[in-house]
Design a protein around this ligand. Structure first.
Ligand code: HEM
Length: 450
């Protein structure tokens, strides 16, 4: 069974490239190989990225029993634990999901709003005009505090600090401990594996201590934090979760919810500050306070333009046709969230169809497509389109660029006027500081009904 085409570089090269610039690499591979492409990664094996929304829809609807999410995520087990909902499949996964359900029902989640508001207001109260903030760090501090309160139910500042110190030490450890099992070998106190093992033990100890302390709280049944609800939850046999299951789910929620949400929030600031009209409207809508429709749109558009997670993961247990390709069992399938969100950035004609590749015309189609998709030509055409629109409106950018071309000055002057025109036109559309966002950053200003 042939896999879709993909980079022929050794796995270690693809892995390093991907780790350095994940979104750029994914976009490049898609532009080169089409809507399904195969990448070999060190430590993760061979995976097929799927970008076509219809193929992803086929994958996620109907029978899922041959798709293993837990198996695909099993590299996280050394940190999250063997009972984590993220690394389980089948009936065990279902059991954990059912136990986790009560704390994540609508009304319970709505009750977290107040906790989140309080933590956010306290965080912002410490910000001073004129001082520099590293948004990602501030957002990480904020989301950690929210998780401590809403999930772990811990509010005392010194206990929050203790949790932060020990858990963040694990989360911030090098990814090498996750992807390369030999790196975890405990070869003594000062070996990297020894330091990592000590951090893990310290984190486990503090979590187990919080679980024990909560179990003994007299008001356990009235409490609304996730840990208290999980301590009261029972499965179909009337069994409660064990301490190690609780530890693993707490770690999972921290691992899955802390960094993701912090990154999304930091990008929300970035996009809103680049789009003052959207920020003004958001403030207005929040002050009027009728509903959260606009806020919801801003959140969703932020997550679309700046995807936090590049792909979901599934391992095939039996051969399956995905995006027109007969994939063998054991292959990982990556529904490419980030590429689906940014779809349209790559011209349709630059994509290669699996059928064409199978007929052996892949190189020809690919080379022709790449030739047609000359980035410089693309930029020139986009600029010309912008200038035409600008000229029709008679605005500054259009005039500057049209004048630049009409006068055909020397290279320096032309570049200067061209740059001015580009700056002016970026001002309208919203500039992009992100590899994949230049086209889409402007679309944030189109959120919501006009
Ligand atoms: C912007 C924020 C977030 C993003 C982008 C995000 C994204 C994701 C994605 C893509 C998956 C994999 C889904 C799949 O493979 O089917 C996932 C799973 C999961 N997430 Fe999140 N997540 C976010 C926040 C959170 C938060 C705040 C929590 C908990 C406090 C959380 C807990 C989980 C859990 C427990 C799973 C595993 C579910 C299962 O396997 O059944 N996530 N998330």
């Amino acid at each position: 069974m042939a896999l879709p085409p993909g980079p022929s570089a050794p796995a270690v090269v693809s892995t390093l490239r991907f780790m350095r610039r994940p979104l750029d690499m994914l976009a490049q591979w898609q532009a080169r190989y089409g809507d399904a492409f195969t990448v070999r990664f060190s430590g993760f094996g061979t995976g097929v990225y799927v970008v076509d929304p219809d193929a992803i829809c086929d994958l996620f609807t109907g029978d899922q029993s041959d798709l293993r999410a837990g198996e695909a995520n099993s590299f996280m087990e050394p940190i999250l634990g063997a009972s984590s909902v993220l690394v389980l499949d089948g009936p065990q996964h279902l059991r954990q999901r059912k136990l986790l359900l009560p704390p994540f029902q609508g009304s319970r989640v709505a009750a977290f709003r107040e906790v989140i508001r309080e933590v956010a207001e306290r965080e912002i109260a410490g910000w001073r005009p004129g001082t520099e903030l590293v948004l990602r760090e501030r957002m990480r501090a904020l989301t950690f505090e929210v998780i401590c309160r809403a999930v772990f139910g811990v509010t005392q500042p010194e206990r929050v600090e203790r949790l932060r110190k020990r858990l963040v030490a694990v989360i911030d450890s090098s990814p090498i401990f996750v992807i390369a099992p030999p790196a975890r070998a405990d070869l003594g106190r000062f070996s990297p594996g020894g330091v990592f093992a000590r951090r893990m033990r310290a984190a486990d100890a503090v979590l187990l201590e919080e679980i024990e302390r909560r179990r003994l709280e007299p008001d356990l049944e009235e409490r609304t934090d996730v840990l208290s609800l999980l301590l009261c939850a029972r499965d179909e046999q009337g069994e409660a979760m064990s301490d190690s299951e609780l530890r693993d789910e707490l770690f999972t929620m921290l691992g899955a919810g802390h960094e993701t949400t912090a990154t999304a929030l930091a990008f929300a600031f970035e996009l809103l500050l680049r789009n003052p009209a959207v920020l003004a409207r958001l403030r207005e809508e929040l002050e009027v306070g009728e509903d959260d429709a606009y806020l919801d749109a801003v959140v969703k558009e932020t997550l679309r333009l700046r995807p936090v997670i590049d792909a979901a993961e599934r391992t095939l247990t039996v051969p399956r046709t995905v995006a027109g390709w007969e994939l063998p069992a054991g292959v990982k399938v990556y529904p490419a969230i980030a590429l689906v969100h940014l779809r349209g950035s790559v011209p349709a004609r630059a994509r290669v169809s699996p059928a064409a590749v199978r007929r052996g015309r892949s190189r020809v189609v690919l080379v022709a497509a790449l030739r047609r998709w000359d980035p410089a030509l693309h930029r020139r055409r986009a600029r010309a389109r912008r200038d035409r629109r600008g000229a029709a409106r008679g605005d500054t950018a259009g005039r500057a660029a049209t004048a630049a071309r009409a006068a055909r000055p020397g290279r320096r002057a032309r570049d200067h006027v061209g740059a001015q025109a580009r700056r002016a036109s970026r001002g309208r559309a919203g500039p992009a500081g992100h590899s994949a966002g230049s086209r889409s950053a402007g679309s944030l200003s189109a959120i919501g009904p006009r």
